[in-house]
Design a protein around this ligand. Structure first.
Ligand code: SF4
Length: 478
């Protein structure tokens, strides 16, 4: 399934009307938020850990060339092969070529945002190679022919009932309503896929430069099977996923698990260094590391927004974001959603492809407060907004920008001229009356103001101005 263009405004309006999506989003994000809060409070110096994680990522990203070459050398030394992919097309082609050379007919995949980013499943399908997602959420999404809507919970937008109907329709089985029954069905289907697969494709949460090790974090055990059972393992990893030292892993695994799901540690953490050695009892015969740029170098070149590359994909910023919690992941139009999607998508895809996203934020800063690597979202968002405005995309794509400018100019003119300000105040009271509701709010204003009142309240203008009330009080109290 291929991604279309970003239409945040249009898609978020649809999402706001979808009651079952609203329910699913609130339930899941609330659960993750409280688990994350509890897990972070248990750690004596949580702030210190976040600061340390940020410092390490900063140092890595600022010396990325050095660490990437170190990683390449270590992976090769461990018997693996390293491939460099400048964009999505090249990355897909490299992986398809590896599959063809290995006479691969069937592929199992564990959850990986990088593979979503390059639409690897479509490339496999075009090449006539069967590909099966093995993470439960991703399996559901693949059956439904949809895209993930959350970094760590890909099927967050689906209710238990949706999944029951989907399994019944796509797998030709009776309706099961209990989550355990549905999980059992998926597990039984997937076991056979693991055993038949010739290739396993994973991402990596971290790639350690000093040892050439990739770390894969998960809770279901499917990634471990994906990376050990088939004879070929391909790991597609964004170049920003590096950390310098093996010892850094303990810090990053701590902040990742607690920020993502509120767990002290994820259930399975696999450390993979090259292919199977003669002393290993299992593992792939071939290990390929595909290092993906796909726009990351451009981000690296921008001093103001470079910190977007620090992200370790925990999903905490999504769970706290008042915008994501209402509109869900699909409104962001591409792989990445929530605050991280709002900053990374315009930079990876090009600002002209997603000019609405930097504006999909109230700039409340809640994302910055929970981010384990302290990405300064408000700063990056404002920088990107500036770029949108400078590129003139704002006037064309960001609804109401021209109108907003005009409104602000008129407002400034009126407050600079006292008599005009008084008249405008009086007139606005009478002007609003047709839309004034019994609740004292303005309801259903005409277009373009309806874009606000369709979803939110707008306080009505009071009959008496503050100045008039002040005068009255003064005269009463003498
Ligand atoms: S930006 Fe921060 S909070 Fe959001 S997913 Fe990345 S690491 Fe997690």
């Amino acid at each position: 399934m291929e991604f279309e263009e970003v239409r945040f405004e249009e898609d978020s309006e649809k999402a706001l009307r979808n009651k079952s999506l609203q329910k699913a989003l609130v339930n899941v994000t609330n659960r993750f938020r409280s688990a994350r809060n509890k897990a972070s409070e248990e750690v004596p110096d949580w702030e210190g850990l976040r600061t340390a994680a940020r410092e390490i990522k900063k140092e890595t990203i600022e010396n990325l060339d050095k660490y990437l070459l170190m990683l390449e050398e270590k992976v090769k030394k461990a018997g693996g092969k390293v491939h460099w992919a400048k964009d999505a097309e090249e990355a897909s082609q490299i992986i398809i070529n590896i599959a063809r050379e290995g006479r691969v007919k069937s592929v199992v995949k564990s959850k990986s945002m990088a593979t979503e980013e390059i639409e690897l499943n479509s490339s496999f399908e075009h090449a006539g190679i069967k590909v099966v997602e093995t993470d439960l959420g991703e399996y559901i999404i693949q059956l439904a022919g949809e895209h993930p809507s959350h970094i760590i919970v890909p099927a967050i937008h689906k209710t238990k009932e949706d999944i029951s109907i989907l399994f019944s329709e796509k797998l030709g089985i009776p309706r099961y309503d209990k989550p355990e029954e549905l999980t059992k069905v998926a597990r039984e289907k997937l076991r056979g896929e693991f055993l038949n697969a010739d290739m396993g494709v994973s991402g990596a949460n971290f790639a350690v430069a000093e040892t050439g090790t990739i770390a894969v974090v998960e809770n279901e055990g499917n990634a471990r099977l994906t990376t050990t059972v088939p004879k070929i393992h391909v790991a597609l990893v964004g170049i920003e996923k590096l950390i310098p030292r093996y010892e850094d892993l303990s810090l990053f695994l701590t902040v990742l698990a607690r920020s993502a799901t509120g767990q002290k540690s994820s259930t399975y953490v696999s450390f993979i260094t090259g292919p199977k050695r003669s002393t290993d009892i299992d593992g792939p015969e071939e290990f390929h590391l595909v290092l993906l740029d796909n726009g990351r170098s451009k981000i690296l070149a921008s001093e103001e927004t470079r910190e977007s590359l620090y992200c370790i994909r925990c999903g905490a910023c999504l769970n706290i974001c008042p915008v994501y919690r209402q509109v869900g992941g699909h409104s962001y139009g591409w792989v990445y959603s929530g605050p991280i999607g709002a900053i990374i998508t315009p930079q990876l895809m090009g600002i002209d492809k997603a000019p609405e996203l930097p504006f999909a934020s109230s700039l409340c800063g809640a994302c910055k407060d929970v981010c384990p690597v302290k990405i300064d979202f408000p700063k990056v968002l404002l920088e990107l907004r500036k770029k949108v405005v400078e590129s003139k995309m704002g006037d064309v794509r960001v609804g109401g920008a021209k109108l907003e400018k005009l409104g602000i100019r008129l407002w400034r003119f009126s407050v600079e001229h006292e008599s005009i300000y008084k008249i405008t105040n009086k007139l606005s009271y009478y002007f609003q009356l047709p839309w004034r509701g019994s609740n004292g709010k303005l309801n259903s204003l005409p277009y373009p103001f309806s874009r606000w009142t369709d979803q939110r309240d707008f306080p009505a203008v009071a009959k008496k101005t503050f100045r008039e009330k002040w005068k009255e009080i003064k005269s009463e109290t003498g």
